[in-house]
Design a protein around this ligand. Structure first.
Ligand code: HAM
Length: 452
C-alpha cells in the first residue's frame, strides 16, 4: 500500500474508477438497448454475487489462462475459504443454473446480466481492474441458431447505439472429439519454433497450445499466420454446426470475418468462439456471404486479425458444466465490455442517454416561500412536470441566472407576498412576459404554457 502523509486523501485503487453521471448516461444507453433487445429474444435478468469460491473459476477458465495465472483477485477468509472477486460471468451462471434448479425450467434457459468484474490487469485505455459487462447466456441447447441469436443481440445493441461498422470475428474450436488432434498438430508446429517463443508460451505449450494463438508478444504473434487451423480439423458435426451458425449470420445480415486463429482465453470454450470489433480499415475482408454458407472450410477470407481491442466476445461452452462436476449441458453466451463501448461512443460522437432538462424552474425568496417550495416540488413531481430548483439559494438574480443557464422556459417565482396569497409570478423566459397565477390554476397553466 502506498505511504500516506497524514492529510492525503485515500484514492481509488489503481485501475478502478468512479463512474460519474456523464459516463453513466452512456452506460445507461447501452444497458437499455441491450436489455430491451435481450428481453425481446426471451432472455431473463439475473444477478449473481461479486464474490464466489475461487474454485468456480480455476478449472473452468483454465490454469493456463491469463486470468487465472495472473489476474484473479483472491483472498482467504478467516475460516480458510478461498474467495475470488468474479473475473467473468459465465461460470457463475452455470453455478446458478445448478443451484437454483433451472434444469426443470423450459430450455434453453436464457439469462442476461450486467455488472462489475475484476481482473488484475495492467491498466491502460480499455483495460481496467474493475470493468463492467453486459452478458448473455443460453443454457441447455446446442442448436446453431442460439449461437447466432447471442451474437445478434450483441451486434444489434451496438448497431442501434449507432455503430455502423461492427464486425464479428468468428472461429470454431471443435469439440472434445476433434480438438485433441488439432492441439497436437499445433503443439508440433510450435515445438519446431520453440526458440522463438516467449517465456510464458514455452510453458503454455506443454499445458495448452491453444493459448499460444492469443499471445500478444510480437515474436509469438509473428508465428501465428503459418500455424495450423482448427477449421481443417473439424469433425463432420462441428463443421456442420459452424456452417449453420454462419448461415444464420448471413440470414441476419451480420457481417463476420473468419478468424482462424481466434482461440479466446478461457479453457471452457468449444465450437463457436467470437469477438466483436469495429472495422477500422480494409485489413479485414468481410466474408463473401454465399461462399461462407456453402463451405466454411473453403473460405478464403483475409487472415489478418484486427489489432484493435475487442468490444465484446463469447462462444459456446458445452463442456463447462462437466468441468464443474455436473452433467453435460450445451451452452453459449457472450458479453460486451461497457467501458470499451463507452470509449468508442465518445470517440465517434455517438450520443449518450438524454438527460431531461426541466423546462420549468422554481425560484423562492424568503423563509415562507422556501417552505412553500418544499411542498410544491412534490406537487409538480406528482403531476409529471420536471422542475429545476436551487432551493438553497435565496437571491433572485442568482436563481434567475441558473434558470437561464439550463434554458428553462417558465420560471415560477414565490416571494413573501405570493407565499401569503397562495399565488405565483409565472415568467415566460422565451417571450419575456410575466403574469400572476393562483395555486388552483398552476398545473393547468404550466401545461398550456409548455405546449405553446
Ligand atoms: P472476455 O472476452 O474476457 O469474455 O470479456 C468480454 C469483454 O469484456 C471483452 O471483449 C472486453 O470488451 C471486456 N473486458 C474484458 N476484460 C476487460 C478489462 N480488463 N477492462 C475492460 N474491459 C474488459 C468473458 O468475460 C466471457 N465471460 C464472455 C462470455 C459469456 N462467454 C460466454 N458467455
Amino acid at each position: 500500500m502506498p505511504k500516506k502523509t497524514k492529510k492525503e486523501m485515500v484514492r481509488t485503487p489503481k485501475g478502478m474508477h468512479d463512474v460519474l453521471h456523464g459516463d453513466l448516461r452512456y452506460v445507461e444507453k447501452i444497458m437499455e438497448k441491450a436489455q430491451s433487445i435481450a428481453e425481446f429474444y426471451g432472455f431473463l435478468p439475473i444477478q449473481t454475487p461479486h464474490l464466489e469460491f475461487a474454485d468456480l473459476f480455476l478449472r473452468p477458465l483454465g490454469e493456463t489462462s491469463e486470468v487465472v495465472e495472473k489476474q484473479m483477485y483472491t483472498f482467504r477468509t478467516k475460516g480458510g475459504d478461498l474467495f475470488a472477486l468474479r473475473p467473468e460471468g459465465t461460470a457463475p451462471i452455470m453455478r446458478a443454473y445448478q443451484e437454483n434448479g433451472m434444469s426443470s425450467w423450459p430450455h434453453p434457459v436464457k439469462l442476461y446480466y450486467g455488472g462489475s468484474f475484476f481482473r488484475h490487469e495492467n491498466p491502460q485505455k480499455g483495460r481496467y481492474r474493475e470493468f463492467r459487462q453486459f452478458g448473455l447466456e443460453a443454457l441447455g441447447d446446442s442448436d446453431a441458431i442460439i449461437d447466432a441469436i447471442v451474437i445478434k443481440v450483441l451486434y444489434l445493441t451496438l448497431k442501434e447505439i449507432g455503430f455502423e461498422n461492427a464486425i464479428i470475428h468468428i472461429n470454431s474450436l471443435g469439440d472434445k472429439e476433434c480438438r485433441p488432434a488439432y492441439k497436437k498438430e499445433l503443439a508440433g508446429y510450435y515445438k519446431k519454433k520453440f526458440n522463438y517463443l516467449c517465456k510464458d508460451c514455452k510453458r503454455r505449450l506443454k499445458e495448452n497450445p491453444l493459448r499460444l494463438l492469443d499471445c500478444k508478444e510480437e515474436g509469438c504473434a509473428e508465428l501465428r499466420p503459418q500455424a495450423p487451423k482448427m477449421i481443417d480439423h473439424l469433425c463432420e458435426q462441428c463443421k456442420n454446426h459452424f456452417k449453420s451458425v454462419l448461415e444464420f449470420l448471413d440470414e441476419g445480415q451480420i457481417p463476420y470475418f473468419l478468424n482462424h486463429y481466434l482461440a479466446r482465453g478461457f479453457e471452457y470454450y468449444g465450437r463457436t468462439v467470437f469477438e466483436i470489433f469495429l472495422e477500422t480499415n480494409d485489413n479485414e475482408k468481410i466474408v463473401d456471404k454465399k461462399k461462407s454458407g456453402e463451405d466454411a472450410s473453403a473460405n478464403n477470407a483475409v487472415e489478418k486479425p484486427s489489432t484493435a481491442i475487442a468490444l465484446g466476445g463469447g462462444g459456446r461452452y458445452d463442456e463447462l458444466m462437466a468441468i464443474l462436476g455436473g452433467k453435460g449441458l450445451p451452452a453459449v453466451g457472450g458479453a460486451l465490455g461497457l467501458e470499451r463501448v463507452v470509449n468508442e461512443m465518445k470517440r465517434l460522437n455517438l450520443p449518450p442517454q438524454k438527460t431531461i432538462q426541466p423546462k420549468v424552474f422554481l425560484i423562492q425568496i424568503g423563509p415562507a416561500a422556501k417552505k412553500r417550495s418544499f411542498r410544491l416540488m412534490e406537487e409538480l413531481r406528482a403531476a409529471g412536470i420536471p422542475v429545476g430548483e436551487s432551493l438553497t439559494r435565496d437571491n433572485l438574480k442568482t436563481q434567475l441566472n441558473i434558470a437561464a443557464k439550463i434554458g428553462a422556459k417558465i420560471v415560477l417565482i414565490i416571494g413573501q407576498k405570493e407565499a401569503m396569497e397562495g399565488s405565483f409570478i409565472m415568467r415566460n423566459m422565451y417571450e419575456s412576459t410575466q403574469e400572476i397565477v393562483m395555486q388552483n390554476k398552476l398545473l393547468e397553466k404550466i401545461k398550456s404554457e409548455l405546449k405553446k
